[in-house]
Ligand binder design. Structure first.
Ligand code: HEM
Ligand SMILES: [Cu+2]
Length: 656
C-alpha cells in the first residue's frame, strides 16, 4: 500500500481499529447498495423524490421523522448493548477504554438529540394540524427545512463512527476535556457541528408549531377547547424557543475555542469552563421537559380514549403543563451541586427542583382519576400508558432524592443517577412515544398493528427494563461510578452488573419484536376503514385514515371540547358530514427540493469544518447561500386544488 493510502485508511477510515469498524463499513456498504438496487429495480427514484424528499406535507414529514427516530433508537440501542456487554463481568476486555468513552458519548447524544427529539417532532407533525382542524402547519416550507436539518445533522453525527472517529467527551461535552488541548480528534467537532445543525432545525420547529397552534386553529377551537396533546406541544414549543438558543451559543463558543483558538472555556487566558456547564444545562434541563411534556400530552389522550371518560381536571392539566415548563428554567444547577456553587445557590436549586414534583404529581393523579371507574380497554397504547405510571413514579421519587443537594454529594455521577435518568427517559419518554406511535399508527398508515406481537414486545421491554435498571440503583449505593469502562472483581459489583446486562438484552429483544410486529402488520394488518378505530374523542378521528393531503375538505367549526366524541354520543356526527356544495378550492403549499438541498449543503459545510477542509466547507456554504437566495426570490409557492379533484377524492373515500 502506498504511504498516502495507508495514512488515509488509518487516520480517516480507522481500519487499524479492528473488527467493529470493518463490520460497520461492510454493513453500511451493503445497506446502501441494497437501497440503491431496490429503488432502481422497483423504479422508485422518482417516487422517492416527488413524494418524500421534496414534500412539505406535515403528515409525510412526520412519517419521515418517525422512521428516522426508530432507526436512531436502533443505533442508540446497539450502543447501549455494547456498553452493557463490556460491563457484564469484571475485568472485561470486550471494549477498550477509548471505545467505551466514544460509545457512551454517541449513545447519550443520539438517544436525546437524534431519537427522542425526532420522535416528538414526528408526533407533533402527524397529529397537531389534524387535531386543531388545520390543513398544514403555519410554515410548511420551514417545516421541511427543519426536518432536513435534523436529518443531515444526524447523518453527520453518525458517520463519525466510520470516518475520522467518534466524540468521546460525554453527551454533555464539558470543557476542558472537550477543548483542543485534551481532545484534538475530529470527533468533538462532529458533535459540535452536528448538534448545532439539527438544533437550528429544532428552534424552527418550536416557532412553527407555536405559530400553527396560535394562528391556525379551526373556528371555535378556543384555547381551553384544545386537546391536551396540542397543549403539551404549546408547552414544549415555548421551552424549545427559550432553551435551544442557549445550546446554540454554548456550542458556537466551544467551536470557536477549538477552531479559531479563542478562550471562552479554557482555564488559561481568562476563560471559564463553568460558563459552558451553566449554558449547557440552561438548555439541558429544559430539554428533558421538551421531550417529556409531549409524552404527558399523549398519556392524556390515551387515558381519556381508553377509559372512555373525559380527562379528569382538564384545566389543572393545562396549568400543570405550563407550570412545569416555567419551573424547568430554574433548576439547571441541580446537575452540578458538587461543583462548588455554595450552600445558598444549592438550596435555591434544590427547592426549585423539588417543586416540579407538585404539578407532575397533579398530572399523575388526574390520569389515575380518569381511569378510576372508567370502562378501560387494555389496548397497546393503554398498556404502555399504564406501565408508565409506576415507572415514572419511581423515577420521580429518585429524582427528588437526587434534588436533595447534600445527599447528592453521595449519588452524584454514580449508577444511582444512571438508573434515575433512564427510568424517567425510558419509562416516561420512550413509553410515551411508543404509546403515541401505537395510538396514531392507524391514522398515519391506515392499518392496525398486530396486537399479539405488540404484547410480547411490551412485556419483554418492561420486564427487561426493571431487570436492567433496578440493580443499578444498588450499584450506585455500592460506589460504582458512571462512565467506568471496567471494574475489578473484588469490588463485588459483578453479579448486579451481570443481571443488568441480561435486562438490557431482554429490552433489545423487545425492540426486535416491535420491528417484527411492524413488518408482519404491513402484510397482514387489518385495514382501518372507519377512520376512528379506537372510538376516540378528538378531531383527527373524524377524518379517514390516512387523511387526504389537504386534511379537511371543509374546515369544521368547533363547538366544544372533545367535539368528535360528544357528537358521537349525541349521534350528531352528521353535522360534520360533507355536502358537495360546501366544497371550495383549497390552497396548498407546493413541494420543493430546496429544503433537502439546504440540509445537504449544511452537511457538506459541516463535514468540511469538522476536518478544517476549507474548500469543502466553502462549497457547502455557497450551497446554503444559493438555497436562501432562490427562496428569497420565489413567488407563488402555493397551488390550488380544484373543486372537482376534492370531490373525487372525497367520493373515493366514501365521504360524499
Ligand atoms: C434501551 C435501553 C438502554 C440501555 C440498556 C442504556 C444503557 C446505558 C449505558 C450502559 C450507559 C453508560 C453508563 C456509563 O457507563 O456511564 C448509558 C448512558 C446514557 N444513556 Fe442510556 N441506555 C438505554 C436507553 C437510553 C435512552 C432511551 C436514553 C435517552 C432518551 C438514554 C440516555 C443516556 C444518556 C444521556 C447517557 C449518558 C451518556 C454520558 O454519560 O455522556 N439511554 N446508557
Ligand atoms: Cu435537570
Amino acid at each position: 500500500m502506498p504511504a498516502w493510502l495507508s495514512h488515509f485508511t488509518t487516520t480517516y477510515l480507522m481500519w487499524n481499529e479492528g473488527p467493529m469498524i470493518w463490520a460497520s463499513d461492510v454493513l453500511i456498504l451493503l445497506t446502501s447498495l441494497g437501497i440503491v438496487v431496490a429503488l432502481t429495480r422497483l423504479h422508485r427514484w422518482k417516487w422517492l423524490w416527488r413524494e418524500w424528499l421534496t414534500t412539505v406535507d406535515h403528515k409525510k414529514i412526520g412519517i419521515m421523522y418517525l422512521i428516522a427516530a426508530l432507526l436512531m433508537l436502533f443505533r442508540g440501542g446497539v450502543d447501549a448493548l455494547l456498553l452493557r456487554t463490556q460491563l457484564a463481568v469484571p475485568g472485561n476486555h470486550f471494549l477498550s477504554a477509548e471505545h467505551y468513552d466514544q460509545i457512551f458519548t454517541t449513545h447519550g447524544t443520539i438517544m436525546i438529540l437524534f431519537m427522542a427529539m425526532p420522535f416528538i417532532f414526528a408526533l407533533f407533525n402527524i397529529v397537531v394540524p389534524l387535531q386543531i382542524g388545520a390543513r398544514d402547519v403555519a410554515f410548511p416550507y420551514l417545516n421541511a427545512i427543519s426536518f432536513w436539518l435534523f436529518f443531515f445533522g444526524a447523518m453527520l453525527f453518525n458517520i463519525s463512527f466510520v470516518f475520522g472517529g467518534s466524540p468521546d467527551a460525554g453527551w454533555v461535552s464539558y470543557p476542558p476535556l472537550s477543548e483542543l488541548g485534551f481532545d484534538f480528534g475530529p470527533g468533538e467537532n462532529y458533535y459540535l457541528l452536528a448538534v448545532q445543525i439539527s438544533g437550528i432545525g429544532s428552534i424552527a420547529t418550536g416557532i412553527n408549531f407555536l405559530a400553527t397552534i396560535f394562528k391556525m386553529r379551526a373556528p371555535g377551537m378556543k384555547l381551553m377547547r384544545m386537546p391536551l396533546f396540542t397543549w403539551s406541544v404549546v408547552a414544549a414549543s415555548v421551552v424549545i424557543i427559550f432553551a435551544f438558543p442557549a445550546l446554540a451559543i454554548a456550542l458556537a463558543l466551544l467551536t470557536l475555542d477549538r477552531v479559531v483558538g479563542t478562550h471562552f472555556f479554557t482555564i488559561l487566558h481568562g476563560g471559564d469552563p463553568m460558563m459552558f456547564v451553566n449554558l449547557f444545562w440552561v438548555w439541558g434541563h429544559p430539554e428533558v421537559y421538551i421531550v417529556i411534556l409531549p409524552a404527558f400530552g399523549i398519556y392524556s389522550e390515551v387515558v381519556a380514549t381508553f377509559a372512555r371518560k373525559r380527562v379528569f381536571g382538564y384545566s389543572s392539566m393545562v396549568l400543570s403543563l405550563m407550570l412545569i415548563s416555567v419551573i424547568s428554567y430554574f433548576v439547571w444547577a441541580h446537575h452540578f451541586f458538587t461543583m462548588g456553587a455554595g450552600a445558598g445557590v444549592n438550596t435555591f436549586f434544590a427547592v426549585a427542583s423539588m417543586l416540579v414534583a407538585i404539578p407532575t404529581g397533579v398530572k399523575v393523579f388526574n390520569w389515575l382519576f380518569t381511569m378510576f371507574r372508567g370502562r378501560i380497554r387494555l389496548t397497546l397504547p393503554m398498556l404502555w400508558t399504564i406501565a408508565f405510571v409506576p415507572c415514572f413514579a419511581i423515577g420521580g421519587a429518585t429524582g427528588v432524592m437526587l434534588a436533595a443537594a447534600p445527599a447528592d454529594y453521595q449519588y452524584h455521577n454514580s449508577y444511582f443517577l444512571i438508573a434515575h435518568f433512564h427510568q424517567v427517559l425510558i419509562g416516561g419518554v420512550v413509553f410515551g412515544m411508543l404509546a403515541g406511535m401505537y395510538y396514531w399508527w392507524p391514522k398515519m398508515f391506515g392499518f392496525m398493528l398486530d396486537v399479539r406481537l405488540g404484547k410480547i414486545a411490551f412485556w419483554l421491554f418492561n420486564i427487561g427494563f426493571y431487570v436492567c435498571f433496578m440493580p443499578q440503583y444498588a450499584l450506585g449505593f455500592m460506589g460504582m461510578q458512571r462512565r467506568m469502562y471496567t471494574y475489578p472483581t473484588d469490588m463485588g459489583w459483578g453479579t448486579l452488573n451481570f443481571i443488568s446486562t441480561v435486562g438490557a438484552y431482554i429490552m433489545g429483544l423487545g425492540f426486535l419484536f416491535i420491528v417484527i410486529q411492524v413488518l408482519y402488520s404491513i402484510k397482514h394488518g387489518e385495514r382501518d376503514k372507519t377512520g376512528d378505530p379506537w372510538d376516540a374523542r378528538t378531531l383527527e378521528w373524524s377524518l379517514p385514515s390516512p387523511a387526504p393531503h389537504y386534511n379537511f375538505a371543509v374546515i369544521p367549526t368547533v363547538t366544544e371540547r372533545d367535539m368528535w366524541w360528544e357528537l358521537k354520543e349525541r349521534q350528531e356526527t352528521d353535522l360534520l358530514k360533507l355536502k358537495p356544495e360546501m366544497i371550495k378550492p383549497i390552497h396548498m403549499p407546493k413541494n420543493s427540493g430546496r429544503p433537502f438541498l439546504l440540509g445537504l449543503s449544511f452537511f457538506v459545510a459541516g463535514f468540511g469544518l469538522v476536518f478544517g477542509w476549507i474548500p469543502i466547507a466553502v462549497i457547502g456554504l455557497i450551497g446554503i447561500l444559493l438555497c436562501l437566495l432562490f427562496r428569497a426570490f420565489e413567488y407563488g409557492d402555493e397551488h390550488t386544488v380544484p373543486i372537482d379533484e376534492i370531490r373525487e377524492t372525497e367520493a373515493a373515500l366514501g365521504r360524499l
